[in-house]
Design a protein. Sequence first.
Length: 436
Amino acid sequence: MADKTDSPSGKTFTLTNDQTGDKWVLPVFDGTIGPSTIDIRTLYEETGHFTLDPSFTSTASCRSRITFIDGDEGILLHRGYNIKDLAEKSDFLEVAYALLYGDLPNKKSYEEFRKNITYHTMVHEQLQFFFRGFRRDAHPMAVMCGVVGALAAFYHDSLDISDPNQREISAHRLIAKLPTLAAMAFKYSIGQPFVYPRNDLGFAENFLHMCFAVPAEPYRVNPILADAMDKILILHADHEQNASTSTVRLAGSSQANPFACIAAGIASLWGPAHGGANQAVLEMLAEIGTKDRIPEFVQGVKDKKYRLMGFGHRVYKNFDPRAQIMKETCDKVLSELGVKDPALEIAMELERIALSDPYFIDRKLYPNVDFYSGIILKAMGFPVSMFTVLFAVARTVGWVSQWKEMMEEPSNRIGRPRQLYTGAAQRDYVKIEKRT
Ligand code: ACO
């Protein structure tokens, strides 16, 4: 299907070399919405220059039809649907379907998709023994990096990335098995038996069941908590070309198998500047300890001794729309569970101060999605070490959708950034005896 993003807009951007006066006319592409892009693909060939953008603040790495963010306005759309509508009116599997296939499903396609996903929820029985090779006190993200990468050793029949059918089976397997593996990582860390998936339960409900049920007695998942978990999954499902998604795309561009690519994404997500922030928020709140220590902590942030975790975002320079929905969900969960969490009181006071202090206002630092998600997960009974794992469960659908989109792009080539070399120029080799 041709659209206006398939061909240059007719607009151009002229680049002038100040030394020589040479000019180059570069084509400009318009997106459906959002900033236009200057096409610099022939820049090196024509000018002998690279561009320098180490943290990709001005570089579009791909074309994508999946997710749109307007960071100044605080807008997040998946396949054109507003995140607020999706979080309030859809369930996670509907959102997953839209991310993967482009539209929200009708009843029939939803039912087929649900069947396909639930068909794959179990994992190879041998994986139990693989888990047992880890120390019980291993960080569950370390376990997830290893186990998800190892799926390629268990599912040889869906590794041919040139076959669309096998790509689809791998995508379904990853979305279906991640919750099972995450629950196994949790159960292993607390020394309880693994709980098999139950396909009669909803996606989020089944996940909570695998995490909190024990074989000795029946366990009914609280529907308010299942609903909150479903919202957490929706709100973390995809977020355009962030660090972990770009990692998945770059790994996939070399034609690595999808299990290896998602393991790479999990590794990238682990860092505290990205998915690890939800764990870091709770650690920060625990370190502050009491409300009276907040001013001293905020001063430390201003003195740049540390960062206010759960605040700030590379793209959102306004309220993160996911954070608003997460805050409402947080209130519901805490009131349902009757939790009076001192961490929450500290969080609310920090939020109040940060939103009224010129240091944070000037830098456009607003709470992000992870500021509240950790508080909900803690109230549900998850240890902080599991928070980023839950993020990975949700984001798997985004990673897989972005990987699928890239693999379907006929012009897909290996990603290979260039560099500005600042090391030594070529020099003479000196034998070790003669080196000073
Ligand atoms: N606390 C205090 N100051 C901050 C924070 C923060 N959380 N974030 C940015 N700043 C300050 C910086 O010190 C800098 O100040 P300066 O201009 O005086 O030097 C300015 O704001 C700009 O900061 P950058 O580091 O350039 O912003 P960048 O876009 O690179 O970073 C990031 C974005 C990594 C998310 C950052 O805001 C951060 O570290 N936040 C805390 C970690 C976090 O919550 N991460 C989760 C992100 S959301 C997600 O992955 C789901």
